[in-house]
Design a binder for this molecule. Structure first.
Ligand SMILES: [Mg+2]
Length: 367
């Protein structure tokens, strides 16, 4: 089986809530997602999706995915898409860095491996652990009382994990955390995710001011060293996200005891192959994970479900059903949330079928 053609398609994903806002006043109203199709000489087509959280969250932007596919695509024509490590080796040799560009191709190749063997991706990634995957809901940054109302609303929909977007004014953030915790059950988990938004002294004030609460602190500051300093001055469970972009950082953070949970995003690491590598290492090192991506629609949500469902349950902290945040569905067969949980499909590959009328004609074609 050989890769014959690679296509990229644009899909706009408007948010049901109208906008999504996080630290530093950053926000997105309509996501610009790229669907990647990898077609083989045997007629099978695999699909992947990449959707950066705007151009200012990670070093990634939507047009960069498309430009990157033009650069990378010609190096992959003729390769066997089922040989994931070979494909990844070729991608890394042809284009230094740019993990998000490689992500859609890698996911599409896993989809092809599944379709060609008749097995779901989660089985190929190690096997299905447990019945379903527990989800968190991200709570967009607005006024404290409105955020608490949204936490209560999503709690009624079955979610038991919440990620509060803080990283704004520290005094308002303290109010946000207190208001949200007050509407939750004792068994619910609350994460205050600052998305690098606090300076070190601000982070130190916030963690001290909420030290009586059951709350996790995620990525308070920009640099790893600042986060480590905050971590060493709080007893709150601590999560690193933006700083952990590969195995080097993961190993250093383990050696420094810099976190209790790590947030692994598929496109931050470069696809399912590299996310699996990091995931398996975390399991071996005893670190629980939030398994997700930067954003996306149905195809991203399917990829997340397969990664998460093939992770041993004690190490699954949370995952995300991004397809429930947006008004547009780009594929049939994607996971549908039930009471705050989702499942990976039991069909071959990712188990999704793109809606061709939604993903439209190719904006990039390499053959
Ligand atoms: Mg985060």
């Amino acid at each position: 089986m050989k890769i014959k053609r690679i296509t990229a398609h644009c899909v706009k994903l408007p948010l049901i809530e109208g906008s999504y806002r996080w630290s530093g006043g950053k926000s997105v109203t309509v996501f610009d997602s790229t669907i990647i199709g990898v077609e083989t000489d045997e007629g099978l087509v695999g699909y992947g999706e990449v959707c950066p959280l705007g151009p200012f969250y990670l070093p990634a932007y939507a047009d960069g995915v498309r430009a990157g596919i033009k650069e990378l695509g010609p190096h992959l024509i003729g390769l066997d898409p089922r040989e994931l490590n070979v494909v990844n080796q070729h991608m890394d040799a042809a284009l230094l860095g740019h993990p998000y560009v490689k992500t859609g191709i890698d996911i599409a190749c896993w989809d092809l491996l599944g379709k060609s063997t008749g097995l779901p991706v989660c089985v190929l990634m190690g096997g299905r652990f447990g019945e379903s995957v527990r989800l968190y809901r991200a709570i967009s940054q607005i006024e404290p009382d409105q955020m608490a109302a949204n936490v209560a609303m999503y709690s009624e929909q079955g979610y038991t994990r919440f990620q509060l977007k803080v990283g704004g004014d520290p005094d308002t953030d303290i109010e946000r955390i207190r208001a949200a915790r007050a509407v939750l059950k004792p068994t619910d988990r609350l994460v205050a995710d600052a998305n690098t938004g606090w300076t070190q002294h601000e982070a130190m004030r916030v963690v001290r001011a909420v030290s009586d609460l059951d709350v996790y602190i995620e990525q308070p500051c920009v640099t790893y060293e600042e986060c480590l300093a905050v971590r060493r001055n709080t007893t709150a469970p601590f999560i690193l996200d933006e700083n952990i972009d590969g195995l080097d950082r993961l190993l250093r953070a383990k050696a420094d005891l810099a976190m209790d949970v790590v947030n692994l995003k598929i496109s931050k690491l470069g696809g399912l192959t590299k996310a699996k590598q990091a995931r398996d290492l975390c399991v071996s090192m005893g670190i629980a994970m939030t398994l997700e991506d930067s954003w996306g629609g149905d195809i991203t949500t399917a990829a997340i479900a397969h990664l998460a469902h093939s992770t041993p349950e004690p190490f699954r902290f949370t995952s995300t059903d991004f397809n429930s945040y947006v008004t547009v569905s780009n594929a049939d067969g994607a996971p549908v949330r039930e009471d705050g949980f989702m499942k990976a499909s039991e069909s071959a590959g990712l188990g999704i079928t793109p809606k061709m009328d939604v993903i439209g004609p190719a904006v990039v074609e390499v053959c």
